[in-house]
Design a protein around this ligand. Structure first.
Ligand code: ZN
Length: 193
């Protein structure tokens, strides 16, 4: 923790770098990924402050659209799409994902009841033919596509897609290599960018 505090103390010593950010934000991309500490969107993409609007959840889950049950996730998606007018949404799953792994392996989550409830409420069980695979690659990739389907059901997303003002992207990030794969619609496979 101390090194993080030291860096934070030093960070604000370049006010000229940040002054222009007071004028507002115009991010092109909503980047949805897992809370996992090994996934660092700005590092992966090289994004500068103001370029990525981020939503991070356990297992990069996008809850099904349900206006009667407000969620922070839905609010974040709507704000990004409707207010900020992002032109792209990336859902980025990652290898060795604890949340997706717990779902496919049916892990005992009684010690983490909030996690258990979140996954039971929000996650569909993804396809997984090899539950012993520590990367859970197949399950994570299938899971990413499920989240994209859910996004398509959000009215604001639907409107922008129909207007040709928004594109959705499914990514899979390997935490052990740094490689990013993207879903290709024509082949329905994940391939290197
Ligand atoms: Zn994860």
């Amino acid at each position: 923790m101390q090194s993080l505090i030291d860096n934070a103390r030093m960070f604000g010593q370049r006010p000229e770098t940040f002054a222009k950010l007071a004028g507002g934000q115009w991010p092109e991309v909503l980047f949805i990924t897992c809370s996992d500490s090994r996934v660092v969107p700005a590092l992966i993409t090289g994004a500068a402050p103001g370029e990525l609007f981020e939503l991070r959840t356990a297992g990069n889950i996008v809850p099904a659209y349900a206006p009667a049950a407000p969620t922070g996730e839905a609010a974040t998606v709507e704000y990004a799409v409707q207010v900020l007018g992002v032109q792209h949404i990336v859902v980025c799953g990652h290898s060795h994902c604890g949340a997706v792994g717990a779902v496919v392996r049916h892990d005992d989550l009684s010690a983490a009841p909030a996690v258990r409830s979140w996954l039971a409420h929000a996650a569909d069980e993804p396809r997984c033919s090899d539950k012993a695979d520590p990367t859970v690659a197949e399950a994570v990739q299938h899971h990413v596509l499920t989240q994209l389907e859910r996004l398509r059901a959000y009215p604001c997303v639907q409107r922008r897609l129909e207007a040709g003002q928004l594109r959705l992207h499914g990514w899979y990030y390997e935490v052990h290599t740094g490689t990013v794969l993207a879903h290709r619609a024509h082949s329905d496979t994940f391939e290197t960018l």
